[in-house]
Design a protein. Structure first.
Length: 202
């Protein structure tokens, strides 16, 4: 993975904050010097001995199969094992080996969101006195919603959510989600938070 780009740094005051990130990288630690970060899907470690990653989260077996089909361009057969599938989906021996390994890893590392939330239940219970929640770089796609719902149910009912967005399409997603969950929120456009003028003006 690429190292964090300091030019794309945004204004974030993380003092006395708990950061919950879906990202595997160490951007918060390296670029923002955050010291209270939870990598809920695992973390890339500098010594390459990182924790297990969670791939294919937020979806069911159908979603994982769809992702594999998109990658390999061959329909999945439930009776196939990863090796058989890779052989059908690739012409060369080298490709078959790579795709076998990929399919096996995807199937091995697939975890459901409910299970991850349960594993981190103490973390979520610790949020009961939180009054402010800041959300950066979230797509508000289906994979995110269960986590957000759990955070909303864990923090104080009067908590205020400050949500960063990039485009008008993001605003529509945020408004739809926030109104359906009846939360108090405000939005901030991403380029308004950029420290570097090049990105702030784009």
């Amino acid at each position: 993975m690429n190292r964090p780009n300091p030019l794309k740094k945004i204004k974030m005051d993380l003092a006395d904050s708990l950061c919950i990130t879906f990202n595997y990288s160490n951007t918060l630690e390296e670029l923002y010097h955050a010291d209270n970060v939870v990598h809920i899907h695992g973390q890339v470690k500098k010594d390459a001995s990182g924790e297990e990653f969670v791939l294919g989260h937020g979806t069911n077996e159908e979603g994982i199969i769809s992702n594999i089909e998109d990658e390999f361009n061959v329909p999945w057969d439930a009776n196939m094992n990863p090796k058989e599938y890779a052989i059908l989906s690739s012409a060369s021996e080298e490709d078959r080996m790579v795709r076998t390994e990929t399919a096996q890893k995807i199937l091995l590392l697939k975890k459901d969101v409910d299970g991850i939330i349960e594993q981190n239940i103490i973390l979520f219970e610790s949020l009961r006195e939180v009054e402010q929640v800041f959300i950066y770089g979230l797509s508000f796609g289906e994979v995110d919603l269960k986590y957000l719902d759990k955070i909303i149910s864990s923090v104080r009912s009067e908590a205020i959510f400050t949500i960063n967005y990039f485009s008008d399409e993001d605003i529509a997603k945020i408004e739809k989600y926030a109104s359906s969950r009846n939360i108090e929120y405000k939005t901030v456009r991403l380029n308004e938070l950029c420290i570097c003028p090049i990105f702030r003006e784009s």
